[in-house]
Ligand binder design. Structure first.
Ligand SMILES: Cc1ncc(COP(=O)(O)OP(=O)(O)O)c(N)n1
Ligand code: TZP
Ligand code: MG
Length: 216
């Protein structure tokens, strides 16, 4: 599967995001068909460093069993130490160019963009994919910028240098099809799965809403 295909249903999660045990939520999300996972241990109830590493290893093993790549948010050292498949960084994090210079060749580097300029820079610096947003209002990121809306998302897409893209922020089953119609390769979600009463069914529902038809 290509990275573009891997972005179809990108689940992001840390212990603070979950209604149930993180291991259980990830297991259900994997069973529901997520195609990429990002470990994002942030927020008031985030684990200590030692517990974070232990949880990362546990979740990584589960992802491996389902052949789903495991990406670490922000923490390049942790990603390299545990042999993660990649890292996702934003504008406040280590630059894509600096990470590229010290990471294995096939290491996935994802970058956030909320504007045409940020998308162009990330592409120039060698990012492998872009996470664009927040598209809609989100309760999962305390320091989120103002949402750009579906039109804002569509306006950025011509300036991504052909990189694979995923939309993020406030996406759930009610808007997923509209988001996909902008032309992104997939959606990245936290709460639509992590806070669902039934994460497996939530993931499966999003998976079918993000599936490309042959004519698309
Ligand atoms: C796929 C994806 N896109 C965007 C983000 C946001 O990254 P960032 O702006 O660095 O914010 P934090 O997630 O670190 O709070 C993401 N994590 N994943
Ligand atoms: C990490 C991140 N970056 C932009 S919005 C966001 C949070 C997305 O979470 P949710 O899918 O619950 O809105
Ligand atoms: Mg970040």
């Amino acid at each position: 599967m290509t990275l573009r295909q891997r972005l179809q249903l990108y689940f992001i999660m840390g212990s603070d995001d979950c209604l149930h045990a993180p291991e259980q939520v990830v297991e259900e999300a994997l069973a529901g068909g997520i195609t990429l996972f990002q470990f994002r241990e942030k927020g008031a109830r985030a684990h200590s460093d030692t517990a974070t590493r232990a949880l990362a290893l546990e979740l990584q093993q589960r992802c491996r069993r389902h052949d789903v790549p495991f990406v670490v948010n922000d923490d390049v050292e942790l990603a390299l130490a545990i042999g993660a498949d990649g890292v996702h960084v934003g504008q406040q994090d280590e630059s894509v160019a600096a990470i590229r210079a010290r990471c294995p060749r096939n290491f996935i580097i994802g970058a956030s963009a909320i504007s045409r300029e940020e998308a162009e820079r990330a592409s120039r610096e060698g990012a492998d994919y872009l996470g664009i947003g927040p598209v809609l209002a989100t309760g999962s990121k305390a320091d989120a910028e103002r949402p750009i809306g579906l039109q804002g998302l569509a306006d950025i897409l011509p300036f991504t240098g052909g990189l694979p893209t995923v939309a993020i922020g406030g996406i759930d089953a009610s808007c997923c099809a509209r988001v996909m119609r902008t032309g992104v390769d997939g959606v990245a979600v936290i709460s639509a799965i992590s806070r669902a009463a039934a994460p497996r069914q939530a993931a499966a529902g999003l998976k079918s809403l993000t599936a490309r038809q042959p004519a698309d």
